[in-house]
Design a protein around this ligand. Structure first.
Ligand SMILES: NC(=O)C1=CN([C@@H]2O[C@H](COP(=O)(O)OP(=O)(O)OC[C@H]3O[C@@H](n4cnc5c(N)ncnc54)[C@H](OP(=O)(O)O)[C@@H]3O)[C@@H](O)[C@H]2O)C=CC1
Ligand SMILES: N[C@@H](CC=O)C(=O)O
Length: 429
């Protein structure tokens, strides 16, 4: 049996998952590869923290100095599970220059530098794989550039952030408070080191940028994604959605047609019967539409220690397989310049909730602004909160985002309107 020495950069939720998975499934993995995987070194920042950690093999050498890893010629594969962008990028580049293949789960980095890093890895004849960077344990990155690559991909739509899905599911099912569920998601290891990246939609935006790059063969980055997070979702929005037969999910949506590409992450109303409506907790799901295969759906755990380690270790196995077959660094990728559609033109129906004065003529004034902008109303409900204040909930037909924003601005200027509380897109797929 052959031997491969690997190093981990990081031993947190995902890194420890890799250690545990190799301990659990080592013989199964070795049998498939005829190769034993030896975690030789692990880079961390605080050695004290790891002294008390349970179930860490004595053979692992912990270090706080990356040079111990880069200078070790026995280490052929480096697994980057630290997070952050600059230091991780620097480490990965150094690995390529020294002939080491890299696996990374770091979507922050890959969403912005995936293409340059892939190019650099090819120049140095090494592999660079990042299955865990999108939707944790779900195999979606490899299908995007491999299993589905005989198709023209038209649409990628999914729930790609476990933390926000955990929060929204618990707020919907149990009426839990946003703060309590976020804390629980952090305790369970779903949330990013800075959970703002989850709740603001940035994490999902990075993931959709990665999938669109691979699926559409287009050079897009995080900055090309229009992003809205879940911070403004109130319990009233969840209650109205439930009453109207919808659930609210944070969706990441990439579409391409002859006019160009649109990339969006935003909270969305989706009908209760839709397959994505039943994806709860930290689970993720990604639906892909190819022009020949039609609709394909991927579902599974989008975050957490062992599910994410499952994707990381399968990448390690892939790299070892390439090495054993002498195919390392041989994959070719093609990217075109992305033609992005203007965000203002992206149309969908909307749910709009506003707080108004409880006075005659308010509905007429609001409806007039919408009509002036050619926006037609599907339904309108007024709920009296007090003698002075009322809440209006409107569903409007499919309308361009720019037109909706302009109308909402005019409505908010009406003296009878106190505030637009929320405007959420309704997804009809
Ligand atoms: N958690 C999840 O479910 C998923 C995470 N990911 C991605 O995987 C990566 C890791 O996430 P996760 O395991 O949750 O993160 P954690 O915060 O749990 O762990 C990070 C680890 O990296 C080490 N580390 C961080 N910065 C440095 C540095 N500058 N030098 C040396 N060591 C460092 C930390 O060491 P120390 O403790 O000493 O600071 C720690 O061991 C991230 O990119 C994340 O986005 C992807 C999919 C799912
Ligand atoms: N914070 C992320 C972890 C996986 O990518 C999430 O919640 O999905």
């Amino acid at each position: 049996m052959k031997n491969v020495s690997i190093a981990l950069l990081g031993c947190g939720t995902v890194g420890k998952g890799v250690v545990d998975l190799l301990a659990m499934n080592g013989p199964l993995i070795e049998e498939q590869l005829d190769t034993k995987i030896n975690i030789k070194r692990v880079l961390i920042r605080d050695l004290n923290k790891y002294e008390q950690m349970e179930d860490l093999p004595d053979s692992i050498q912990f270090t706080t100095d990356f040079n111990d890893i880069i200078d070790d010629d026995e280490i052929e594969i480096v697994v980057e599970v630290m997070g952050s962008a600059d230091f991780a990028k620097d480490c990965i580049e150094q690995c390529f220059l020294r002939g080491k293949s890299v696996i990374s789960a770091n979507k922050d980095l890959i969403a912005d530098y995936g293409i340059p890093l892939l190019k650099l890895s090819q120049q140095h004849n090494v592999d660079f794989q990042f299955e865990a960077s999108v939707a944790g344990g779900i195999p979606i990155v490899r299908p995007m550039y491999s299993s589905l690559n005989s198709n023209r991909i038209e649409e990628i739509i999914g729930i790609m952030n476990g933390t926000t899905n955990f929060i929204l599911s618990n707020m919907t099912a149990h009426g839990s408070s946003y703060e309590d569920v976020l804390k629980e998601a952090q305790e369970k290891g779903y949330a990013e080191a800075d959970p703002t990246n989850d709740v603001s939609g940035y994490d999902a935006a990075r993931k959709i940028a990665i999938l669109a790059t691979l699926g559409f063969h287009s050079a897009v980055t995080f900055n090309d994604v229009h992003v809205e997070g879940i911070e403004n979702i109130a319990k009233e929005d969840i209650e109205h959605a439930t009453e109207m037969g919808y659930v609210i999910k944070l969706l990441a949506i990439a579409r391409q047609d002859e006019d160009g590409i649109s990339l969006n992450v935003h909270p969305s109303f989706i009908r209760k019967g839709h397959p994505l409506a039943n994806v709860d907790g930290a689970y993720n799901a990604v639906c892909v539409r190819g022009n020949c295969v039609g609709d394909v759906m991927f579902y599974g755990q989008g975050a957490g220690s062992l599910p994410t380690a499952s994707a990381v270790v399968s990448d390690v196995m892939n790299v070892i397989l390439h090495r054993n077959l002498q195919m390392t660094g041989k994959r070719g990728y093609v990217w075109h310049e992305a033609k992005l559609k203007p965000q203002a033109d992206i149309a969908s129906p909307y749910y709009i909730r506003m707080i108004v004065n409880n006075a005659p003529g308010v509905l007429a004034a609001v409806s007039k602004v919408l009509a002036e902008n050619n926006i037609s109303i599907r339904s309108l409900i007024q709920k009296d909160e007090t003698a002075e204040i009322a809440e209006i909930v409107i569903l409007i037909d499919k309308s361009a985002a720019g037109l909706v924003q302009a109308s909402l601005q005019k409505i908010e200027e009406l003296s009878c309107v106190r505030k637009i509380a929320n405007a959420i897109r309704v997804i009809e797929v």
